[in-house]
Design a protein around this ligand. Structure first.
Ligand SMILES: *Cc1c(COP(=O)(O)O)cnc(C)c1O
Length: 409
């Protein structure tokens, strides 16, 4: 089937500005707080902890810097093993390695696409010395956060929650970004709300927040001169960026409602296809950051992925993520493959991976029907992220749905 390409590209998820952002940026300019100090930062540090229901927030240059300071607060030392989500963006785990830690990847569960509590439990049996767990909420969907927290507490481990993708999502009525001892959110350009960049560390521990704030501003001691007893970082949020974030705050729930409508529209549009959408638990309310599709096994044509290339063989009635993504892109609509699991990444090829399925580590990243032994590589093989920009019109979405449907012909 032939489609007419969109005149303006439909993005996966792009920034949506409303006007107040400019007012607060201008406030920074007019008051000359063009710096990492100022009213916008103070406000951002007031708003987000109260939104998430935690006591303290430290505004930082990125979600990744927030995660790095979480790792330091958790006390990761060179050589320490750390349990990490496997199916996630690399920024969840890179900060572990900044502190010299070794990520041990924990497989994913089907019901939320997040860390599998059963695999985490198994990991504690295999590696009882581990004292830190990092879990992400993929695509805005909360994992089984209370189970994960309970397992961590029982094993005396600190939980770090990477809520970069799930700002505004709740689990059992409680906001994500509040389940760990230390938590990170992000204001990167494609997140649910943005500051162009930026992030924040959230915690109930005042001492931890004070330490993070000190580390983020070059670890200066209280002295009349620049006195240093620890290594510091230049991780503070800019007051201009804080202005953008501050201006976006009133629109968080509007963006979530738009993203949810997009998800539901896709779900309806695909209800008779051999696919499912990224799932969530009835006790959670995602922020629906990205709408994702998982192709049923029986509807997958043969697809083989190498380290940087991919081949597939088209069969009638069957498709694969590559065919769908290529068709969308050739018509100016941006989708994306599912995050490639960390245990499949060349950089982490020697790191342990714990799954409750099969014999453990998957040895190939090629999709072989029935031959996949862990959940993460299976979701990677059969899944994709659909264009999920909150500015998509229903008419544009209908065309995207028709494009996807055509791949199953
Ligand atoms: C975006 C993201 C981050 C990092 O946030 P930045 O603000 O881009 O540094 C961390 N973890 C996950 C899961 C993300 O999607």
């Amino acid at each position: 089937m032939e489609f007419k390409p969109f005149e303006k590209r439909i993005w996966l998820s792009s920034p949506t500005m409303h006007g107040e952002e400019l007012t607060y940026m201008k406030l920074a300019f007019d008051t000359n707080w063009m710096s990492t100090v100022g009213e916008n930062i103070n406000e951002v540090e007031r708003i987000f902890p109260s939104l998430a229901g935690v006591k303290y927030g430290v505004a930082l240059s990125a979600g990744t810097s927030a995660l790095h300071l979480c790792m330091k607060l958790a006390g990761i030392k060179p050589g320490d093993d750390v349990f990490c989500s496997d199916l996630t963006f690399t920024a969840t785990v890179n900060p572990v390695t900044y502190e010299g830690g070794r990520p041990i990847f924990i497989d994913t569960e089907r019901e939320t696409w997040n860390m599998d509590p059963a695999a985490l439990e198994k990991a504690f049996e295999m590696y009882p010395h581990v004292k830190v767990v990092v879990t992400a909420n993929l695509y805005g969907t909360p994992g089984r956060l209370d189970e994960i927290r309970e397992i961590c507490d029982r094993h005396g481990a600190v939980l770090i929650e990477d809520a970069a993708e799930s700002l505004g999502a709740t689990y059992k009525g409680k906001l994500t970004g509040s389940f760990g001892q230390y938590n990170a959110i992000s204001f990167n350009g494609n997140k649910i709300i943005t500051g162009t960049s930026g992030g924040m560390l959230l915690t109930d521990d005042k001492k931890a927040a004070d330490k993070a704030r000190k580390w983020s501003t070059q670890a200066r001691e209280a002295a009349p001169w620049y006195q240093h007893e620890e290594i510091g970082y230049n991780y503070r949020m800019s007051n201009v960026i804080a202005g953008v974030v501050r201006g976006q705050v009133p629109y968080l729930y509007e963006h979530i409602a738009q993203k949810k409508a997009i998800y539901m529209r896709y779900k309806e549009g695909f209800k008779d296809l051999p696919v499912t959408m990224n799932p969530y638990l009835p006790e959670s309310e995602p922020n629906f950051w990205l709408s994702c599709l998982l192709i049923n096994k029986e509807a997958m044509c043969k697809q083989v992925r190498g380290d940087s290339d991919v081949l597939y063989v088209k069969e009638p009635g069957k498709t694969c993520p590559t065919e769908i993504l290529d068709l969308l892109l050739s018509n100016e609509a941006e989708g994306r493959p599912i995050w490639k699991p960390m245990h499949m990444q060349p950089i982490f090829r020697n790191n342990p991976f714990v799954t409750v399925y099969g014999s453990g580590r998957a040895t190939t990243n090629a999709y072989i029907a029935g031959g996949i032994e862990d959940v993460g590589s299976d979701i990677f093989a059969r899944g994709l992220c659909l264009p999920s920009d909150n500015k998509i019109t229903p008419e544009q979405q209908d065309i995207i749905i028709a494009m996807v449907r055509s791949c199953f012909e």
